[in-house]
Design a protein around this ligand. Sequence first.
Ligand SMILES: [Zn+2]
Length: 195
Amino acid sequence: MRGGSGILKQLMKRWKLVVQRTIFNLENCPNDCETSCYSCMNTYWNQTFQDELDRNKAADILRTYLTDPVEEETIPANHKQERESHSATPPERGFEVILKENRIYGYETQKKVDLGDSDIPYTIPDFVFKEAKLAIFTDGNTFHPPNRRRDKLIDMLLEDMGWKSIRILNSDLDDPVMQQIYLKEITKRLSSAPR
Ligand SMILES: [Zn+2]
C-alpha cells in the first residue's frame, strides 16, 4: 500500500455515497441500540467518550454534509507526504507496518542478541527472527542512533555468528522499490533459514 493509496481522493470522488451509506448504517444499527454500541459507532479507540456518542444525532449531523465537496485548497506536496508516509511514525513502527502488510510475522522486538564481544557484548535489533538468525535494524530509532563504525562492527560480529543483518534506511520506507528489495531479502532469508 503506497502512501495511503489515495484514499482521500477516492473519498472526495464518492463523498455523497459514503455519507449516505454511513447515515444508513447509523440508522440501522443491528442492535437497534439507544445511543451507540459496538455494532454501530463504538470502537476500541473511542471508548473514553462513548457516553457522548449518539447514532441518531450523528446521522442528523451527517445529513448536513450531503453536498458535493468543494476543493478549497491544495495540500502542499511535502505536507501531504508527511501525512501519508510510513515515516510519519517512528521508523521501527513504520517498518513493522510494512512487515504486517506483507504478512511477515514471527519476529521479536527489543530482543537482545549476544555478540560475545568484550567491547560490544550485545545488540538490540528492532526486529529479530531468532530461528532464521536475521536481525533487522531501522536507522535513527530511539534505541541506537546511527553510528556507522559501531554498526559495521556489530554486522561483522553477527555475521561471524552466522547471522544476517539488514539495515533499513528511514528514507527508504516510502520508496516502494526499496521496500520490495528489503522484503525480498527478508523473505529469502526466512525461507532458507540455517538450522
Ligand atoms: Zn448500535
